[in-house]
Ligand binder design. Sequence first.
Ligand code: SR1
Ligand code: MG
Length: 406
Amino acid sequence: PYSTLDLEGVRTFLTSLPAIAARLGGTPDEWRVWEVSDGNLNMVFVAEGPEGGVCLKQALPHVRVDPAWKMPLDRTFFEAAYLRAVFPHVPDLTTECLHFDPEQFILIVPSLSGHTVMRTAMMAGHYHPAVAAQVGDFVARSTFATSLLAEPFERVMDRRICFARNQTLTRITVDLVLTDPYHDHPRNHWADPQLTPIVAALRTSPAVQARIDSLRLRFLCTPQALLHGDLHTGSIMTTGTDTRIIDGEFATYGPIGFDAGLFIGNLILNLFATPDRAGQAVHLDMIQTFWTSFKTRFLALWQEREWAEDRSTLYYATTDKSTQNFEKSLFIQNVFQDIAGFCAAEIIRRSIGYAHVADFSVLTDQSTRTTRQKAALLFAKDCLEQKKPLKSLADFLELLYLHMSA
Ligand code: SR1
Ligand code: MG
């Protein structure tokens, strides 16, 4: 039966798996095992032996940071399934599922040595622009490969059926990201009373409410590709050159702009928490780099698919180049529209919802912190209202720049 493991339990469990024990090398008493739990939901351990290391993640029957919030255990199953689906397409950008135990709800992946959580690195002022390109590449490759552009509908639908069962975590996203912040809800909180008028403005703006309703619908009813589902900067580990996307337990089919929007939203939160202009300029560059990398790779994969011998899974039948190009640019434009919306929703929920980000804690001066948090929220509000339509990344960056200068 299921039991929550402690350090000795982890050692015993690993000992029972010959392939994992061989990967660690030596004898179990030579292994160093320690806890590295960091996220909101699960227990995470690292074990290192003379030959190598593994990372072991176990689901708890509740939210790790809130034991009163009960939760089924199946999230590690979905993380393992996500890794199995995308790893063949992004082996250099994520970790392989080495083992999944369906009774203990334990997932084992290789440990990452020398890698730092991207949010932690950015909070320390270490920005690695190359990481933005790698994450763009990850989003392009993982989503293209699991979409109808790459695969026959039967395979896509089988996977959709599987991930449609990830309902506990999908419910968290629907509630925490796309619903609660726009209403009075006990899970919402913000310490700074100066944010309260902006929260009120978000809740009384018909344009914000309408956009959030439509984003919620797009999230649930636009199964373009298999999403990571929680692609914030805490789900990315990097050495600056080698980057791995982790924590795919929120995986579900949805709009591609959801993953991309969450990543950009977290870059923007860190941008507003960055004290100096030079640092902020790097963020702007990273947003541009991410988008170019995503778009270039996605369109290249699409083109490759067109040139492939087997055209049976092509998105459209026409061989007319200009029609094809029109279809593609429409598709990419729609992804961009989703990015602008989901990015705004992420900024808002990380500022006034249940799970905040730590980024702003680097600003020790309270009045600076207030000014920057307000600017981030007002940028997000404008993104949702789109009084001036955001048709391109240039429009989006112009709006961002305006709020950076305010
Ligand atoms: C109760 S879980 C809260 C948040 O943590 C995860 O990382 C997701 O972002 C989720 O929304
Ligand atoms: Mg996580």
